[in-house]
Write a protein that binds this ligand. Structure first.
Ligand SMILES: Cc1cc2nc3c(=O)[nH]c(=O)nc-3n(C[C@H](O)[C@H](O)[C@H](O)COP(=O)(O)OP(=O)(O)OC[C@H]3O[C@@H](n4cnc5c(N)ncnc54)[C@H](O)[C@@H]3O)c2cc1C
Length: 436
């Protein structure tokens, strides 16, 4: 242990979307902030790696424009380097591309069921705040209006694409809050340097404003006294350093936070909840490249009836720099059954690949870049929407950020940026109280 202790206003554990957002806001507010990350790169589950000359995203690809996420970059004067596809999303059903930007969901559902107007009316009710009871799943809710298999497949694949769960795992209330009340990925873009490019830009902005970032710096233990966190033990540059601060923000999720040595200060009840409440949701990510274009669509494609596949994007349509010349680069997402809980990884991958082979005969010629199963402690969502923990903890100066503590019915990096703003505001109030 290094005997010299270092002191900051705030320490943030983990450089995922939530931790980066909180750090950016605290730094923009002029606070002395340290962000520590155990890996050698920024972005957590929304980062990128290079495989055979292709820049391949590890998690998030679609970054929302015009919301809290972009506002975070604005605070540090960092441009959000994304390119928006147009149209942003289409459906691909029975061999046809359906662009809903023109006729909306009503037109899409109207093709398959006479009940489209009734379903549309329920969306309008949700916009006005009238929501189903929390126990009803999206599938059960939809069964009240239609038994059409294609409509059920569309809803399943929307649940899978946005929330990484099946329609029988997601509360209908969360689905409707997201699609009727929140941003719902209407405007988004892809970073031409891979999603990690955005975090590298934001990291530079944080450093320019005086914030410190330590990579390859895992937090090993937490120290608490009198209901407050006092310090963290952090491995950095070959030694363990004790770092003190007035406020702390954790981006590693309530479960991992509760497992840190010293976290018993959170109390037995809280620790039990942190281990049982979050419901990690899994998905399967298939990155591949082809010499011939499979589908001439610039944005994200959501599928109809499939085994497991839910959506796909050809990122080179907007960002050709991601792939060596002459390659079309795709990412396809599938969601296992079940997505929450245990499943046979090998069988689920095979089902997902079978969908790709069936829908796109050209897929058999593809160069496979990676097949990743996101699950366990590195999942698609640390908790399925509708089953999040609060951001507050029993320790007065510790808050969570990230996708296990999202606002109700929220999802994705935008949701994490929202948690970053909330935690940073609470931390700033606490710092003001310390200074007074
Ligand atoms: C395949 C996939 C596709 C997705 N697509 C999209 C999309 O297109 N658009 C979108 O908006 N969202 C998407 N998402 C969701 C989005 O990526 C996540 O919700 C978001 O990135 C989670 O961020 P987070 O704030 O929870 O932090 P995390 O990404 O979980 O980051 C936490 C960080 O903490 C670090 N850490 C852990 N333990 C320690 C420790 N002891 N000490 C120090 N550091 C530690 C980890 O290494 C990690 O970097 C996708 C997710 C996946 C998996």
């Amino acid at each position: 242990m290094n005997t010299t202790t270092t002191r900051y206003d705030a320490v943030v554990i983990g450089a995922g979307a939530g931790g980066m957002s909180a750090t950016a806001r605290l730094t923009a507010a002029g606070k002395k902030v340290l962000l520590v990350e155990r890996l050698n790169r920024l972005g957590g589950r929304a980062s990128s790696e290079t495989i055979d000359g292709h820049i391949v995203n590890i998690g998030a690809i679609a970054i929302e424009r015009g919301g809290i996420f972009e506002e975070t970059f604005d605070l540090l004067g960092v441009p959000l380097d994304i390119r928006e596809p147009n149209p942003a999303t289409v459906f691909y059903i029975d061999g046809k591309v359906i662009n809903v930007a023109k006729g909306g969901w009503g037109m899409l559902l109207g093709t398959f069921t006479k009940q489209a107007a009734k379903i549309g009316a329920k969306f309008a009710d949700a916009r006005a705040g009238e929501l189903p009871e929390a126990q009803l799943t999206t599938q059960q809710w939809l069964e009240q209006y239609t038994s059409n298999k294609t409509v059920h497949a569309i809803f399943r694949n929307l649940c899978a694409a946005i929330f990484a769960v099946n329609a029988d795992e997601l509360p209908a209330r969360a689905f409707l809050v997201y699609f009727a009340q929140k941003g719902a990925f209407k405007r988004f873009g892809f970073c031409p340097r891979g999603t990690v490019g955005l975090w590298n830009d934001l990291g530079d902005g944080i450093r320019r404003k005086g914030g410190e970032i330590w990579l390859e710096a895992p937090v090993l233990a937490m120290h608490a006294d009198n209901g407050r966190v006092t310090a963290l033990d952090i491995q950095h540059d070959g030694e363990t350093r004790r770092v003190q601060a007035d406020v702390f923000i954790s981006n590693i999720g309530p479960t991992a936070t509760a497992l840190l040595p010293g976290a018993n200060a959170l109390g037995d009840d809280y620790i039990a909840r942190a281990k049982s409440v979050p419901r990690p949701a899994a998905n399967i990510v298939i990155n591949f490249a082809t010499r011939e274009r499979l589908l001439d669509v610039p944005g994200l494609v959501t599928f109809g009836k499939t085994r497991r596949l839910c959506n796909m994007g050809e990122l080179t349509a907007t960002c050709p720099e991601l792939a060596p010349t002459g390659w079309y680069q795709y990412v396809a997402y599938a969601v296992p059954r079940p997505a929450i809980g245990d499943f046979d990884e090998k069988a689920e991958i095979e089902e997902s690949l079978a969908d790709l082979r069936e829908i796109f005969p050209g897929f058999k010629e593809a160069k496979m870049l990676s097949v990743r199963v996101m699950r366990g402690d590195w999942p698609a969502q640390r908790s399925c929407a509708g089953f999040d923990m609060p951001q507050d903890t029993p320790l007065a100066n510790l808050w969570h950020v990230g996708d296990a503590v999202k606002d109700y019915g929220d999802g994705g990096t935008q949701a994490c940026a929202y948690t970053g703003r909330e935690a940073a505001n609470k931390a700033l109030s606490a710092l003001a109280a310390v200074a007074a």
